[in-house]
Design a protein around this ligand. Structure first.
Ligand code: ZN
Length: 176
């Protein structure tokens, strides 16, 4: 699978040229000097669907890919944190709002991101504090009712949970 990121040619530890070998059931690049095995992992992302006054909180992307499109506040999980921690952190960084997670909404693989394939973990959350202020990867924070969702929503994984939310609110008059 091509993922938009050039695979390592040289060992990141000892700089020897990596060699293609069958290891753990598939072809991988292996360092003949130090034994490093190059496992190409999916990037893990986390995000939150939360409402204020019955409207969902979306952010407008200030970065590529999908620059200018709307999406749920979300981002990559850092090396030393869990997905829930990442989801709460990203929400605060992008919206200025403090969110508490209520439940897991969806876990999906995606393959069409130019930054490579990934797994995104989306939660339902509840806003418990803070003040709206767009930051980090977001240029704008918007609140959208179920009949006001913007046309241009980035990421199929986000569109999917938003469609479910929209359906739920239309059916019940509320969600959560
Ligand atoms: Zn090496």
């Amino acid at each position: 699978m091509t993922d938009g990121r050039t695979p390592y040619t040289y060992c990141p530890h000892c700089r020897a040229e990596l060699q293609e070998e069958i290891v753990f059931g598939r072809s991988r690049r292996v360092c003949p000097e130090c034994g490093f095995i190059y496992f190409r992992d999916p990037k893990v992302g986390a995000g939150v669907l939360a409402e204020r006054d019955g409207k969902v909180v979306l952010v407008r992307r200030a970065v590529v890919p999908a620059l200018g499109s709307w999406c749920l506040p979300s981002g990559f999980v850092e090396y030393d944190e869990g997905p829930e921690q990442a989801a709460v952190r990203e929400f605060l960084e992008e919206t200025g709002l403090v969110v508490r997670l209520n439940e897991l909404l969806d876990v999906r693989q995606h393959k069409n991101d130019t930054r490579g394939p990934g797994v995104v973990i989306l939660y339902r959350g509840q806003i418990v504090g803070g003040e709206i202020s767009a930051g980090d990867d977001a240029s704008e924070v918007g609140l959208f009712g179920p009949d006001e969702l913007p046309e241009d929503i980035a990421f199929a994984t986000h569109r999917r949970v938003l469609a479910r939310w929209q359906e739920e609110v239309r059916r019940n008059g509320y969600s959560i």
